[in-house]
Design a protein around this ligand. Structure first.
Ligand code: ADP
Ligand code: MG
Length: 695
């Protein structure tokens, strides 16, 4: 009979097999391979972490200036004091007078001469041999010591099964070229080396993870990842999705026998830019396939992604299928709702609106419309997947600002399409450009379309960086601006610690501006307003009943008022790259020259200074995203963080970008020539993490 015992700390860390332990690689090393006499150690002086040993000749707890333990050791060359400000009785015992100890630490000059504060201490017999390899320091967690992890890893490395688990099974036809060219060791050697590097190992390259042993491991991991990307690609092509071929539609929107798509094109007050036309034809082509589209539409703020979503939705609806548009915030979803009503309303398209803030009854009505199939176009927030909505016939899901959604949420919508046989087409949209290396590695099989051109007539936005002490001047300029009949935004600072404080400053600015600009109507919109109230303010701003809109960052995405071409951002130093870029994208949409004023308060951190400078110099979303990426790392950019899973453990996509292509080619060859080995390789490197790749 087996009894259930609680998992050990190792097991909780996922270290439950020899292989898992073998792949738990050190984050750094300590050098215990060299031993100095105390005299030599003293001679080396400060900034050297040294190891020495001796016999304890004094062990004393003193209380001045505070409780501490003073231990003196001695060898036949000299003596050395050790000072412990925190200590356990067990340590006191370990260092009893007469015992031999080996200590490591940095020698410094104390009040009473040379000493080491808080050395690492180990009881040894005087002749104990020195380790031949560097001592690994492992990622650990609460409740487990380095000694315990080291023991467990050492045991794992000696486990008979490991030879099998780390066996070299990638064919020599493949690895035969790659390994010698890069000077990479066999896998098992690489792993052993990383756990137990010899005393003379190049510690710099080990720390930076550029050592050939690291490269070998990184390559294998990337190879697994590239294989699963390619597999996801193949799997998607085997799934079925409704095929929407232009001209073969079933529904006619009105009596004139015009399709919704044709109707929409007639209603649009503009022609598509050539970039829009190109991406629309790419998407149209995807939609005509019998397998589900999985495409990311990238385009800078204001490049006109919405109309592409509308065209795709129209095509799905023309074939008798539902289309859904999901956005991460209520304001943004509402903007879409209003826009779609404007475009599709007169074409007789039934639109349902679903958001978290609806009353229970309204929600039920919306859900009924969706489930009965009466609603052709469904627009909403996360509510579309959170609430128990099921579609009758969902043919297309558009996900705006996709990086704000988790991977799992995107998978979720495919399970609500109303058919087990079909998957819906997915179109994701983002203003945050994703560098190529990320697109190649993070997303399973994702096609990317880019709108690389802004609609005509857009004027570049002049960005100015102004000290907050010149606030009165800024308000003066704002007055002149409004006199010209133009509108403006005033964005209040983001105060992460406190929403109340944020609201308070917004209200203060609102009151100050209302007083300073008596001839104009000033509005206030913030996150605490009810959604009807927000909508009312936004509508009034859009209708130019409000000339100056004071806002917290609720306007971050999606708001579209071309006559508002000036934006003032207070405490711009508190915002990140992407936030300001998004905010700034609200202006520059009309024919007037647009201006964005970044007001900052001193003192500025170096990072903030650089950020504001970059933002002043460029409005190129790609440049800004690259800067942002180097600061924040890919997880945040892609929403991967939200899924709680990191895909790659050993690879850093920026540092190791060059490996990706190598792994990609190897993956192709492995799949083509040695398909039988693929499963084993995936299991070894990704285990349960492969699910992540399906998104
Ligand atoms: P984003 O890509 O940031 O979502 P939107 O779709 O909101 O941008 O478009 C921004 C503005 O540009 C909207 O007012 C939209 O109507 C307008 N627009 C889109 N395409 C064109 C075009 N081809 N010509 C002129 N204006 C356009
Ligand atoms: Mg948009």
């Amino acid at each position: 009979m087996t009894t259930k015992r609680p998992p050990t700390v190792l097991e909780k860390m996922g270290l439950n097999s020899p292989m898992a332990l073998a792949l738990h690689l050190p984050s750094r090393y300590e050098d215990e391979t060299e031993l100095f006499t105390i005299e030599e150690a003293l001679g080396l002086g400060r900034f050297h972490s040294i190891q020495t040993q001796g016999i304890v000749i004094r062990n004393q707890v003193t209380f001045r200036p505070r409780r501490q333990l003073l231990v003196t050791i001695e060898d036949n060359t000299a003596s050395l004091q050790l000072r412990f400000l925190n200590f356990y009785p067990s340590q006191q015992k370990q260092m009893a007078v007469g015992s031999h100890i080996r200590v490591r630490g940095e020698i410094r000059e104390g009040y009473q001469g040379a000493e080491i504060v808080h050395p690492t201490v180990r009881a040894v017999i005087p002749e104990a041999p020195l380790p031949a390899s560097l001592t690994p320091v492992y990622p650990a967690s609460a409740g487990i010591s380095q000694t315990m992890i080291r023991k467990a890893v050492l045991k794992a490395l000696q486990d008979a099964s490991l030879k099998e688990s780390l066996a070299e099974f990638l064919p020599s036809t493949l690895m035969g070229e790659i390994l010698p060219k890069n000077d990479w060791p066999p896998l098992q050697d690489a792993i052993t080396y990383l756990h137990q590097p010899p005393a003379d190992a190049n510690t710099q390259s080990l720390l930076e993870r550029t050592h050939p042993a690291w490269r070998r491991v990184q390559f294998e991991e990337l190879l697994a990842q590239q294989i699963s990307l390619k597999r996801a690609h193949a799997i998607r092509r085997e799934r079925r999705a409704p095929s929407f071929v232009k001209g073969q539609q079933v529904s006619k929107a009105n009596k004139k026998n015009v399709s919704i798509e044709e109707g929409l094109i007639k209603i649009l007050p503009f022609e598509l830019t050539s970039a829009q036309a190109r991406v629309w034809s790419e998407i149209g082509c995807d939609l005509s396939n019998t397998f589900p589209m999985n495409r990311l539409l990238q385009g800078d703020v204001g490049s006109g992604k919405t109309v592409i979503a509308a065209l795709a939705a129209a095509r799905a609806m023309d074939h008798g299928y539902q289309a859904a548009i999901m956005a991460p915030t209520e304001i943004l979803a509402e903007q879409h709702y209003l826009k779609m009503q404007e475009w599709f309303g007169s074409l007789g398209v039934k639109i349902a609106w679903l958001s978290g803030s609806l009353k229970a009854k309204e929600k039920r009505l919306a859900q009924e419309m969706i489930e009965s199939g009466e609603a052709q176009l469904i627009i909403g927030t996360h509510a579309l997947i959170q609430d128990k909505v099921s579609f009758t016939k969902l043919g297309l899901a558009v996900i705006d600002e996709q990086h704000r959604f988790g991977v799992r949420q995107r998978l979720e919508i495919q399970q609500r399409v109303g058919s087990e046989l079909f998957y819906c087409h997915q179109l994701m949209m983002s203003a945050t450009p994703i560098p190529r290396t990320l697109a190649m590695t993070y997303y399973a099989d994702l096609d990317v379309s880019v709108i690389d051109e802004l609609p005509p007539g857009r004027k570049p936005i002049a960005t100015k960086v102004v000290k907050a002490t010149r606030r009165d001047e800024v308000i003066g300029g704002l007055h002149d601006w409004l006199v010209k009949g133009l509108q403006a935004y005033w964005v209040c600072p983001l105060i992460e610690e406190s929403e109340v404080l944020q609201l308070q400053t917004a209200v203060e600015s609102f009151e100050q501006l209302t007083q300073a600009l008596p001839n104009f109507k000033v509005g206030l919109v913030h996150g605490r307003l009810k959604s009807e109230e927000k909508a009312a303010v936004m509508a009034a701003f859009k209708a130019n009943e409000i000339q100056l809109l004071v806002a917290t960052t609720v306007i971050e995405v999606g708001v579209d008022v071309p006559n508002a071409a000036l934006m003032v951002i207070e405490h711009a130093e508190r915002f990140g790259y992407a936030q300001i870029h998004q905010l700034r994208g609200r202006v520059g949409r009309g024919s007037a020259d647009s201006v964005c004023i970044l007001m900052y308060a001193e003192p500025l951190s170096m990072a903030a200074k650089e950020r504001l400078q970059t933002l002043r110099e460029t409005s190129d979303g790609f440049v800004i995203a690259e800067r942002d990426l180097s600061l924040r790392g890919p997880g945040e950019l892609l929403g991967a963080k939200q899924s709680g899973d990191a895909m790659l453990r050993f690879v850093d996509l920026q540092r190791d970008a060059w490996l990706i292509e190598l792994a990609q080619k190897a993956a192709e060859r492995l799949l083509a020539e040695h398909a039988d080995l693929v499963e084993r390789h995936l299991e070894r490197w990704l285990g349960s993490r492969t699910e992540f790749l399906k998104a």
